[in-house]
Design a protein around this ligand. Sequence first.
Ligand code: NAD
Ligand code: DAU
Length: 349
Amino acid sequence: MHILITGGAGFIGSHVVRHFLTRYPSYTITNLDSLTYAGNLANLRDVEGMTNYHFVKGDITDADFLMSLFHEHRFDGVIHLAAESHVDRSIASPTAFVVTNVLGTVNLLNAAKTCWQSNVEGKRFYHISTDEVYGSLGNKGMFTEETPYDPHSPYSASKASSDHFVRSWHDTFGLPVVISNCSNNYGSFQFPEKLIPLFINNIIHNKPLPVYGKGENIRDWLWVVDHAEAIDVIYHKGKTGDTYNIGGHNEWSNIALIRLLCRIMDTKLGRAAGESEKLITYVTDRAGHDLRYAIDSSKLQRELGWVPSITFEKGLELTVEWYLSHGEWLSNVTSGNYQHYYEEMYAGR
Ligand code: NAD
Ligand code: DAU
């Protein structure tokens, strides 16, 4: 079994690569990543020496390169995570999201279709997507696999578009695809532009915690290790052509989550209770900010037997401990270009 994992140097991708390498030593795993600001080979230091692991630096927007990679390696499966993934960046510079998330996905679909056309038996193209394609919920209800698509940000619109292309390659060309749509992930190796690692880093450095709007938006948080486990189950047992929602049944308003994070940080840093909360600063809301996400993952639980393994309180504590014990990783990824991004993104908010 030779699986191509795209975006394997990113946050979720690195957990998926590690999971497959260690759980399935007989598989060969090729990690294809162009190493954007979010891609970091340091995320895979512990597994990079494994003989069944290969890294290829390459861009999914390069169709010719992808075609020759597929012809050279004749992959049995693809797990596609490579993407531009940050909503705020998609508001600042939408085009990159169309190019990578839409065109890059179409290039991959084409390469798989061309390479597998003579025999799709045993092949699988697994596209990793997001709950944001479903839009925003009010106070009640959850996203199911039947919820109509209603994306609002350029990021979610690009992911919705890529999902449609994946389904169309199944319906039109018979490509054996499967899709999952997951809620907000948290855990180790997440780039500190996303809420939890950004706020951990800011608390460490006593910097303001920029809460968008009133902090009332709600997200459904899932430990990234549980997402990797769900991806394993869906890759091996998911029904071809189907979609599976993945979520933690774990809704938190941003402000409640931030207060919990502040309490954990005070304890771990030996600071007085309430010290980190003083850093909370309400700033201008994100444009088009979705109010609430909540995933109904009962199909995945019922049909494939997956359940999350850890409570949010425990997972968040482990996550804080990881960032506090990986100061070098944090300072490496927050230097250089990222400093520039941070100043631009939060100036005038
Ligand atoms: P990330 O930004 O941490 O990682 C993305 C990776 O893709 C990086 O390693 C980057 O270098 C690589 N990449 C970007 N453009 C590329 C290109 N043109 N060619 C090759 N590689 C390229 O993202 P993440 O948070 O790990 O998300 C991974 C996937 O999971 C994305 O598809 C995202 O939409 C989806 N997802 C993320 C979450 C979440 O909470 N983070 C939730 C649900 C779904
Ligand atoms: O739901 C899945 C999605 O979750 C993934 O598809 C995306 O790739 C991932 O980035 C994430 O999107 P969000 O926009 O929900 O995550 P983010 O961490 O950017 O923000 C979480 C919430 O916190 C959101 O309501 C905005 C808010 N926020 C975020 C930042 C960065 C703030 O209040 N302040 C901030 O500085």
